[in-house]
Design a protein around this ligand. Sequence first.
Ligand code: SF4
Length: 374
Amino acid sequence: MSTLGLYLHIPFCQSKCRYCDFCSFPGRSAEAVDAYCIALLREIEAYGEQMRGIAVDTVYFGGGTPTYLPKERLAALVESVTKHFSVNADAEITTECNPATVDLPELQALRAAGFNRLIIGAQSLSDRELRLLGRIHTAADFKATFEAARRAGFDNLSADVMFGIPAQTAASFAATLRGLCELAPDHISAYGLKIEEGTPFFAARDTLPLPDEDTERQMYMDAVTLLAEHGYDRYEISNFAKKGRESRHNLRYWERMDYLGMGLAAYSCLGNERFSNTEDMARYLAGDRLAEHEHVSAHDALCEAVMLGMRLERGVDFTALAGVYGDAAYEYQSRLSKYQDGGFVRQTERGLAFTSDGMYVSNAILSDILDFEN
Ligand code: SF4
């Protein structure tokens, strides 16, 4: 293992959004939050002992809403990470943050604690769409949080937006993107809404005024064009960045590099060992953390490397993959190259990548060509 990325899960939110199936609990008491932070500190310390000497180059606090925590708790967690792990001096240290959960002094405190990248969950700049999603904030709250983050010294800011929201039109999505571009974040993630089982949206799926498939596709294609006009390169299917502002942490996932997840329901992948923590809070608090552990076969690791690498604009270097996984890599190159005729796949200097049309239907193409054993 040469370097490591760390993920820390904070499973609390002020309230539950109507589409959300993430592991997050709304409105938990201060005592419950404190108990969780103490258990997480114990996990950080335990893994820090085991991983001493391995250079950590990204740390990512996700959720949930990490900024739901008292900010001194967040600061203590990042301090513990830097104390117990060998965190590089230039490590990317990110936290997700929701509008209306932090103010300027708190953002200044987070910056002083070592966070150098912030992801703000905008989702939409239409208050009507935000209400339909069940978000707690307004577009004005997002702008205020964004501007406060800049004032607090965050020079690496990302914003998340969604398309395919009930009642959203191509025009309203484009207005959200244009409004975002005026604020000039360094990075933008644009995800299509998925209706997940067990959510209020799933229960109401037959009556939700969702945009049709063609409109949703149009929204995505418009995003690619509009963001490119404003200087954002798409470097992954759903992620756009100004030069040099790609998410180093997420690139680790797509490049199938090692990451260690800590906290409730967190996932880890170290080489070909994949494991996850329990989603049961009582078990987690008692220190009984491990839920699943799986050894990934070399064949499945190769399929994963193709699946994740093809999410990237630069695509997959099959010669390099063959160096790691053997000649089987060329079989997938050959299967993918058949999609060149339809205009879904393109040849690059280093191998193959999806075209814009291919990116939009990448899941279907990859499930057609990959043959996972498990
Ligand atoms: S803020 Fe994010 S994690 Fe929390 S409920 Fe909403 S979508 Fe889920």
